[in-house]
Design a protein around this ligand. Sequence first.
Ligand SMILES: Nc1ncnc2c1ncn2[C@@H]1O[C@H](COP(=O)(O)OP(=O)(O)OP(=O)(O)O)[C@@H](O)[C@H]1O
Length: 310
Amino acid sequence: MLQTPTKTVPPLVSLGGVGVRRQGRWLVRGVEFSIAPGEIVTLIGPNGSGKSTTAKAAIGVLKADEGRVERKAGLKVGYVPQKLAIDWTMPLTVDRLMTLTSPLKGAEIDAALSATGIRHLARAEVQHLSGGEFQRALLARAIARKPDLLVLDEPVQGVDFSGEIALYDLIKTIRNTTGCGILLISHDLHVVMAETDTVICLNGHVCCRGTPEAVSQSPEYLRLFGARAGQTLAFYNHDHDHTHLPDGRVQHADGSITDDCRPGDGHHTQVLPSGKAGPMRIVHTHGPNCGCGLDHGPAPAGQAGEARDA
Ligand SMILES: Nc1ncnc2c1ncn2[C@@H]1O[C@H](COP(=O)(O)OP(=O)(O)OP(=O)(O)O)[C@@H](O)[C@H]1O
């Protein structure tokens, strides 16, 4: 059972100075990271910060316009995109969903559905699944072909908080039992999964990155999320010092506006109590126009950063 990433082995995918430009605008630029077998890398950032674009560039769905993307020869990718083109008016069972794009043996379908805890739903109509069940069905579909790299673009959409914890636990279990690398995307900025090895914060470029290494023991946190979550969640604070405007331009802390991010943009602080690694809940600090679309008040005085639940 693989518990820790193996950085000594060659990466599954490696990005160096990657930029993607569309319609005369850099969507992301200067992106650098790699994913090793068994490693969980989480991309976070506000809406439109380039997380999906980066993930697509990493797996070759999108071509980078600058920089280099290297993938292990023969890399098998399981990809759960943010949006899925499903005709909800057509009846579609879970086991049919599994084989929509390529065939699978019955035993492979069973194994994947069992691994995600929804074997009993094999004959269920997809449109009748709950949010959490649907995400599990998508996960089952992605792991059925035993990928080396699993790319999950917002895997907790439509799932309540306890469902999120369960899904992140499941994703961790998949990593531990299969040893695959995982690239996880979260736009909410407030939830990052268990055992995330590396968090990369994007805002058109890599603003900050780090290893979440702590479990919060804060009383407020335990009160909010309960002892179970308290064992596995930690705080993560950061600031965006620039705002992505609706027209794609970037307003900087000094008020100036440019077409793209500047290399020096993105001053962030990360405040993590020490302790065991685990899933963490991101609590972040915003300027008046951080761009995340959420209303955040100031943190209680005396806390490092302004830790408010996003
Ligand atoms: N093909 C394209 N042509 C032009 N602009 C694009 C294209 N694809 C994405 N964009 C723009 O690039 C920016 C980054 O998009 P992307 O989907 O990567 O962001 P994201 O961080 O994943 O956002 P979200 O959290 O909302 O899903 C957005 O402003 C988006 O409108």
